[in-house]
Design a protein around this ligand. Sequence first.
Ligand SMILES: O=C(O)CCC(=O)C(=O)O
Length: 277
Amino acid sequence: MAEPQIQTAPEAAVPATAPVASAAAQYPITDADVRFYRENGYLLVKGLLNADEAAAMRTECHDLLGRLNDSDDPTWGSAREAAGAAATRLRHCHDAQFHSAAFAKLLLDHRFTDTAAALNGSPNLQLHHTKMFVKPPENGSPFPMHQDHPFFPHTKDSVAAAIFHFSDADEERGCVRVVPGSHRQGPLEHIEDGSWHLSPDQWRLADAVPCPAEAGDVLFFTYLTVHGSGLNTSSQERVTWLVQYRDPEDRPTTDDHQWSLGQGMILRGVDPTARRP
Ligand SMILES: O=C(O)CCC(=O)C(=O)O
């Protein structure tokens, strides 16, 4: 299995033409990190939040799940197959920023927005949606390999995700896995059944690079980067919050996500199109 590649890449892997973000602030990353992201389609930023902040957000997640008090389980149909039809579980909340100001504040935190802007090469960032996930211990649901593109295709492919880790997430806890460089293949053909996913025979989770993270780390990746995650077989939960964002000048090519309340908020800079939502 390939070793995890975290943050910086060797200079030799950097294409001479790779554009470097014009955004002024790049907290806390470097130009080499930006080049690594452009080349590989992902970057794990260590310690973007400190341990106390991550612990406070973990509490926010549990308080929110307690208030929601529902049994909704968004485990993909295809994930049940991937897990060998075992009963797996996932707890979640879509657009958590509508439930607690702690999430709303984090959306505007410059450590996140400056990093995302530098990686995206755009000084302006617009929210698409957010998803909080708790993968419970023992049987926390996996995510089959996929690109996020088929869920909400856009004209300029500027859409990207940041997964905030509010707990540690090693391989046993079902950390996210990526296929480095897969974003350069463009949109791939997906199977729609049981939520958009790639052929499990051609795109094996076990062959993807694991991105083990500690509480406070944030994994950034493009919506064309092939990714997934394994079952949480450990005795501890995995708590994450995924924020999907784009350049406000990029527009969806389908109406697939119009139901999502979170779309449109400007997280950094301005919307130069002055378009009314
Ligand atoms: O949280 C994970 O393990 C992956 C989530 C994911 O890929 C998704 O929601 O599209």
